[in-house]
Design a protein around this ligand. Structure first.
Ligand code: ZN
Ligand code: CU
Length: 491
């Protein structure tokens, strides 16, 4: 006689993550696993799931939460969206390798490091905080390069390159999913293609990935895709392109050409996947996008200030509006904001993406969902940190019918789990880890806006992480059941 299950979802519409049509069934959870799907005997706790969708927990394939696991272990902004696993360490920024106490870069979006040195000790520091959700890591090229050679604008010496390779290899051995780059950022932009090939090759013995914020996402998008494909091919690894977009009005529509290149490479043996966020604005450290001696006025006119320690009154306002209020030109406003004492900590939101390109991306079968949210909770952060997953399900599935619900769930669950080596997760099936989301498909909706981002979504009834109820009807239970995941290993 089997033990009574701890948690039973009764008559849920199960969307199992595979892309198959939903079906009505009971789902039982015992320990950290799903132990039955079908018709199950009474459990210790019964949840009436009639009319609700039960699916695997969502994977945020593009997060910058590696520092947030320590600063905000409740991970409230992700958990309330149904995210049960983050892929962190993106865009070349990661918390490893780390020299305790060293500040690597002003305004480093992964946050300052303290006690840890490598992935193992970082994972231990995170687990001591009892995080609410799971975390898988990439090792970031910007961090590796800064660790070994600071912000030097030159190629590495042979010794420096060997040391950098050692850091990538060590992170891979300890469970990283691959190498990430941010080739528009300092210091990644000083790296030639060969340097990246040499580092990405360290992921090859593990079957790991090359994950890239490409060198260009605007006028030279297609050349940047060519470079990314060449790097992956020469290094012998799979390629994952981050936050795929064609930035700037004159480039809108070019994501179709870029996806065609990705498909051609995929067909010829270099696997290619991508991610997208469902918003027309990007966000990041403002100083990284601006050349103060040639400020791009068209770009600046589409910029909103998210976080600005020296001018908190600018937060949530567009640059032209700020300029008009102070009697500045747009260029003067940008200069003033960036040259203020804490100007390097300024985070901006820039409206650079075409709505139709988002839909083109979402329709592609190998495009996953990644929030790219920056977990700086002061000021007025980009709403994607709070609303990404529900926004896909509300706006692009229910309202516009861009992709069917089962396909959207697949993009958020089994597909990224297979790609990122998240073993034993991403399906609602017997024996799989019990990372689950219960939501109402008729009412699920993001509520975070540019004007008021810090609002939890509606329509998410329950989120289960490793068998524990982590979130229920707006309440964060503090279960702290998240785990540090290692590439292709069950944990
Ligand atoms: Zn990026
Ligand atoms: Cu990013």
């Amino acid at each position: 006689m089997p033990r009574m299950a701890e948690l039973v979802f009764r008559e849920a519409t199960v969307i199992d993550g595979s892309g198959a049509p939903g079906f009505v069934a009971d789902v039982a959870v015992e320990g950290d696993r799903i132990n039955a799907v079908g018709s199950v005997p009474p459990g210790a706790r019964e949840v009436d799931a009639r009319g609700l969708v039960l699916c695997p927990g969502f994977i945020d394939t593009h997060s910058h939460d590696d520092g947030a696991f320590l600063r905000h272990p409740d991970m409230a902004f992700k958990l309330a969206q149904g995210v049960t696993t983050d892929v962190s360490g993106n865009c070349g920024f990661s918390t490893v390798p780390n020299e305790p106490g060293r500040e690597y870069m002003p305004g480093d979006i992964s946050g300052p490091g303290s006690s840890w040195t490598d992935l193992e000790s970082y994972f231990a520091a995170c687990m001591a905080k009892r995080p609410a959700i799971n975390n898988l890591m990439l090792v970031g090229h910007n961090r590796v390069r800064a660790h070994v050679m600071g912000l030097e604008r030159r190629a590495p010496t042979a010794d420096e390159l060997a040391e950098m390779r050692g850091h990538v290899a060590r992170a891979m051995e300890q469970g990283a999913a691959g190498l990430s780059t941010g080739l528009i950022y300092e210091p990644g932009r000083y790296a030639a293609t060969e340097e990246i090939v040499a580092l990405a090759a360290e992921a090859a013995p593990y079957g790991g990935l090359y994950v890239t914020h490409m060198r260009n996402e605007g006028d030279r998008l297609l050349e940047a895709v060519d470079e990314a494909i060449a790097i992956a091919r020469e290094a012998g690894v799979g390629l994952h392109i981050s936050h795929h977009k064609a930035a700037g009005r004159r480039n809108w529509g070019r994501v179709a050409a870029s996806l065609a290149k990705a498909d051609a490479a995929h067909a010829s043996g270099t696997s290619v996947t991508l991610d997208v966020y469902p918003y027309t604005a990007g966000s990041g450290p403002m100083w990284q996008y601006v050349n103060l001696s040639a400020i791009d006025r068209e770009w600046a006119e589409g910029v909103m200030i998210a976080t600005c320690p020296d001018y908190p009154e600018f937060e949530g306002r567009m640059v032209p509006e700020i300029a008009a209020g102070r009697g500045w030109t747009v260029e003067e406003a940008v200069r003033e904001i960036l040259t203020s004492p804490r100007g390097r900590e300024v985070i901006c939101i820039h409206f650079i993406i075409d709505e139709a390109d988002i839909e083109t991306n979402l329709r592609h079968p190998r495009v996953f969902i990644g929030s790219d949210g920056i977990p700086v909770l002061k000021g007025n952060p980009h709403p994607r940190l709070f609303g990404t997953m529900p926004r896909v399900l509300a706006r692009y599935v229910r309202e516009r019918g861009v992709v069917p619900l089962e396909e959207a769930v697949r993009k958020m669950t089994s597909a990224p789990c297979e790609r990122f080596g998240i073993a034993g997760r991403g399906r609602v099936a017997e024996g799989w880890f019990a990372d689950l989301v219960l939501f109402d498909p008729a009412t699920i909706e993001d509520r975070a806006t540019y004007a008021a981002p810090k609002q939890e979504p509606q329509g998410i009834r329950m989120v289960v992480v490793n068998g524990q109820v982590a979130y229920e009807d707006g309440v964060h239970t503090g279960a702290g059941a998240g785990r540090m995941l290692r590439y292709r290993r069950e944990a």
